[in-house]
Design a binder for this molecule. Structure first.
Ligand code: PL3
Ligand code: FE2
Ligand code: FE2
Length: 251
């Protein structure tokens, strides 16, 4: 009798614990309604940004291979992954019955795209890698990590696969810059000063649409900073240098 009571108490306790854990778990809360017009409207731009971003990432890795010809094979592999990502996100839009606003997305990337093209023409590998393999990849990683928490089940699965690849891409840029740090530090700092503010602007530009998808701006920024600072640390910059670089986002 006494024993039975104990077991029941413990079960009650267990049940309570589960309920509390579930209700405080942000990941399972507030999934948006994927069928509303407002969701689809915001998705038409965000989906386009992601599709355009993946296409440009592909093109950028192919371009970078012309600057580092002995890594053609590796860079071609990365580029191929980007095309797979593009296909995946195209399917996400189709699945929700959304037509991506590609014109909007082209404009969204145009400044960064222009800066990449200028660096490419000049043969500035460091700037090209900073723009594509650090800034754009960290931006993608932040967006995808936040999106996974609030995505429809179909898109969630696809995005989980994609984000794993994006870490490989970030890592590629990280390792090249680490190996060449003694000769590329100055260019890295300068390119960051010019291009990090563009990423910040892009994040601001997408924030309203992202919030309709239940993606929080602060969370996006936090995820971005984690990926960005981690990478700079791995490259071999010290705390002061990293702080100085990150500061470019707020001035
Ligand atoms: C690099 O491999 C891909 C670059 C893509 C950049 C994407 C930035 C996305 C910002 C918008 C946030 C919404 C994410 C939702 C995903 C459907
Ligand atoms: Fe990608
Ligand atoms: Fe990528």
């Amino acid at each position: 009798m006494h024993n039975e009571l104990k077991i029941t108490d413990m079960q009650t306790l267990e049940t309570n614990k589960e309920t509390i854990e579930e209700s405080t778990n942000p990941i399972s809360l507030d999934l948006p309604d994927f069928t509303t017009d407002s969701y689809k409207d915001a998705y038409s731009r965000i989906n386009a940004i992601v599709i355009e971003g993946e296409q440009e990432a592909h093109d950028n890795y192919i371009s970078i291979a012309t600057l580092i010809p002995n890594e053609l094979e590796e860079l071609t592999k990365l580029a191929r992954m980007e095309m797979k990502h593009k296909k995946g996100f195209t399917a996400c839009g189709r699945n929700l019955g959304v037509v991506a606003d590609m014109e909007f997305a082209k404009k969204f990337f145009s400044k960064l795209h222009g800066n990449f093209q200028v660096a490419l023409e000049k043969g500035n590998i460091t700037t090209c890698l900073l723009i594509q393999a650090i800034l754009i990849e960290a931006f993608a990683i932040s967006a995808y990590n936040v999106y996974i928490r609030v995505a429809d089940p179909f898109a969630k699965k696809i995005t989980e696969g994609v984000v794993k690849d994006e870490y490989l891409h970030l890592n590629y840029g990280q390792e090249w810059l680490k190996e060449n740090l003694s000769t590329c530090k100055e260019e890295l700092m300068e390119a960051n000063k010019v291009n990090l503010p563009l990423i910040k602007k892009m994040l601001d530009e997408v924030a309203d649409d992202a919030s309709v998808l239940a993606m929080d701006r602060e969370e996006l920024m936090e995820e971005f900073m984690i990926a960005y600072q981690d990478t700079l640390m791995e490259i071999g910059l010290d705390n002061r240098e990293i702080a100085r670089m990150a500061m470019a986002a707020i001035v």
